[in-house]
Design a protein around this ligand. Structure first.
Ligand code: DAH
Length: 371
């Protein structure tokens, strides 16, 4: 109530009343408000409504200068007391919230630290890669270098320089994907190589004898069945020097087969034809499945892999044809050499007993993790 004759006194009375009313209101509300907070952020937010910089109690304190001096002391005490109460209620609620959270955690289903961890699946080498490393080790120990060549090569390196006459049926049999650039002419015909024998030409063109080289790599053909895939792997080997004879070829291949399969295997050389060797042959190894060298006739007769013959074909080989030497500019009178080529897939299938070549390319970990 304002008194017209004493406006300042009246203003001061007003401030004191507002302050008192405000204190009563805050006193009635703050406990319930703080108690309703369900988590710490909301508790802090509610607390700030009373005692924060813009809070209700803080606003009331700003009225103090306007309060008549006689009432200031008493109201000041009340404000401080209320502030202390709010702070205490806040601390109390905070402790209660923390305790409730801890109790909820203890009551919840406990974390089972005894569960075994998930296994980390370690990668491993693909069977073909393992066989490749093994062969490179064996031939490396015999002094062979390792060479590489492109999977797309000239028709010339794949057939012509190896002594395949134009239109030789073998080029049909091995027919593959041709990439022909008409404008560059027939000599620029390229194709996905059908065998690693291309490396013989490439290496002999850039090196002089003596040389001993092995070259693994992917090759491509029109084949597709249980034991043939349109893309597969071969390894080529060749050695050129003066006075190289067939007996060195036999020696190297026998040593290789005994290191790879079993110290007791023997080799059988059968004559065969490849345009780039003369004489040429195919090599069989005594069957590693029925252990044919142990001469258990009944076991061999029942063997599905060698089909009762006791022999498994593993490679082609021969003495390098003089035509090849002439085509790469070597003196065919002075040098002789041998060459051989085999399928890495086939070796992997024999060594690990893989029945179908598809398994090597499907990348099914159930199969691959067995090696
Ligand atoms: N290149 C032949 C093929 O893919 C395999 C071969 C046979 C390689 C006789 C040779 C060899 O080096 O002398 O069927």
């Amino acid at each position: 109530m304002t008194r017209p004759d004493a406006p300042e006194e009246g203003g001061a009375g007003e401030a004191a009343r507002e302050l008192r009313d405000g204190l009563a209101k805050i006193g009635a509300e703050f406990r319930a408000s703080l108690a309703e907070a369900s988590d710490e952020p909301s508790l802090r937010e509610r607390n700030a409504r009373w005692v924060g910089p813009g809070g209700a109690l803080t606003r009331l304190m700003k009225l103090m200068p306007k309060v008549p001096s006689g009432e200031r002391r008493d109201l000041g005490k009340q404000i401080n007391a209320l502030k202390t109460e709010v702070n205490e209620a806040f601390e109390h609620a905070l402790v209660a919230l923390e305790r409730a959270a801890r109790e909820a955690e203890l009551a919840a289903t406990p974390l089972d630290v005894t569960l075994p961890g998930r296994d980390v699946r370690a990668g491993r080498l693909h069977p073909i890669t393992r066989v490749r490393y093994e062969l490179l080790d064996i031939f490396g120990a015999l002094g062979f270098d390792v060479a590489d060549g492109p999977e797309i090569d000239l028709h010339e390196n794949c057939f012509d320089k190896l002594g395949f006459p134009a239109d030789h049926p073998a080029t049909d049999m091995q027919d593959t994907f041709y990439i022909t650039r008409e404008e560059l002419g027939a000599s620029a015909t390229t194709l996905l190589r059908t065998h690693t024998s291309t490396i013989q030409i490439r290496e002999m063109l850039r090196r002089e004898p003596p040389l001993a080289i092995v070259a693994p790599g992917a090759v491509y053909r029109r084949d597709d069945d249980a034991t043939h895939s349109p893309m597969f792997f071969q390894i080529e080997g060749f050695l050129v020097d003066e006075d190289v004879s067939f007996s060195e070829l036999k020696g190297v291949l026998t040593l290789f087969a005994r290191r790879l399969f079993d110290a007791e295997v023997s080799l059988r050389f059968r004559p065969s034809y490849f345009p780039f060797v003369e004489p040429g042959g195919e090599v069989d190894v005594s069957c590693v499945f029925c252990r044919a060298w142990e001469r258990d006739a009944a076991r061999t007769a029942a063997c599905g892999v060698c089909k009762g013959t006791g022999w498994i074909e593993i490679l082609g080989c021969g003495m390098i044809h003089p035509t090849v030497f002439r085509n790469v500019g070597y003196d065919a009178e002075r040098y002789t050499g041998f060459a051989f080529g085999m399928g890495l897939d086939r070796i992997a299938m024999l060594k690990y007993g893989v029945p179908n070549i598809r398994l090597l390319y499907e990348n099914d970990v159930r199969f691959l993790s067995g090696f």
